[in-house]
Design a protein. Structure first.
Length: 292
């Protein structure tokens, strides 16, 4: 019963109609017929936890601002780009890390416990599936709650890095203007100028969040692992993703080539609409709890 008591935060959720009873029945039929369901989630499952996405019409970051996420090459190449990234991330982290799973995350965790969900792949880096208790899961693009060194590979918790930031910048203060999908905030160049960024405590190398930035690629090992989990599955559900990014889309293509039935639950059009068995235009947290 704990699942139904969570109030969604709809500030970053596009407007949509309540679930159509016929659609609920169709998704129920789809899930009931599946024995080993492969689920892929995107930013649209976390918007109800108060985390904005990039692409949603009217409410996504791209619709509201001209901000674009940092590129991998820029982060690696430029100390000033890293300083800007980490300053914004430092200010945004307390709020971003406090977001909690919503009903949709908890439903998918329950499906796993019941043996219905074979494997979950999330494109999100917000750790909400982990917080919900999902275990049969791959974080396709990594997780902002971990940080690693580009030189020696040493990994630390993001919370530990926050303490190091605080120690290095005891008097640094900045007011944040709006939160972006990956936990950073809007700051001016003037605010960022004096922010100190620590190096790896083991080797002095560059610290980077354990996430795949735009322009970088997911490791071959991880891609192969997910393909293996998909090969063991008998159907695919996409929840809260327009599947515009190829790193996720390739698995839907593979499912389609294997002739697996594919259901999509997403507000607005997706890259898969033309070959999906079922397309539902509802909120994840509103429709998924209705499925038994």
């Amino acid at each position: 019963h704990s699942v139904s008591r969570i109030s969604p935060n709809l500030a970053f959720v596009p407007a949509c109609l309540p679930p159509d009873p016929v659609e609920v029945e169709e998704l129920q039929h789809f899930v009931s017929n599946s024995k080993r369901l492969f689920v892929m989630t995107g930013a649209g499952i976390s918007t109800e936890s108060g985390i904005p996405d990039y692409r949603s019409e009217g409410v996504g970051l791209y619709a509201r601002t001209d901000r674009r996420p940092i590129q991998h090459a820029e982060f690696v190449r430029s100390a000033s780009a890293r300083q800007r990234y980490w300053a914004r991330n430092f200010v945004g982290w307390p709020q971003f890390s406090s977001h909690q799973p919503n009903t949709a995350h908890l439903v998918l965790r329950d499906w796993e416990k019941l043996g219905k969900l074979h494997w979950l792949v999330t494109q999100n880096v917000d750790a909400l599936h982990t917080k919900a208790g999902s275990q049969r899961m791959t974080e396709l693009h990594g997780c902002t709650h971990r940080v690693f060194c580009l030189a020696c590979g040493d990994q630390i918790l993001r919370s530990e890095l926050q303490e190091r930031f605080e120690a290095l910048n005891p008097t640094w203060k900045a007011e944040a203007f709006g939160v972006a999908p990956d936990g950073d905030v809007f700051l001016t160049d003037e605010q960022v100028r004096n922010f100190q960024v620590p190096a790896c405590s083991k080797c002095g190398g560059i610290l980077k969040p354990d996430v795949t930035f735009f322009g970088d690629t997911v490791s071959r090992e991880k891609v192969n692992f997910v393909h293996q989990r998909l090969a063991e599955s008998d159907s695919m559900l996409v929840a809260g993703s327009s599947m515009q990014v190829y790193s996720g889309y390739r698995f839907a293509l593979a499912a389609w080539e294997k002739q697996l039935p594919i259901a999509i639950l997403n507000i607005g059009p997706t890259r898969l609409d033309h070959f999906a068995s079922l397309k539902l235009n509802s909120r994840c947290g509103e429709l998924l709890p209705l499925i038994v």
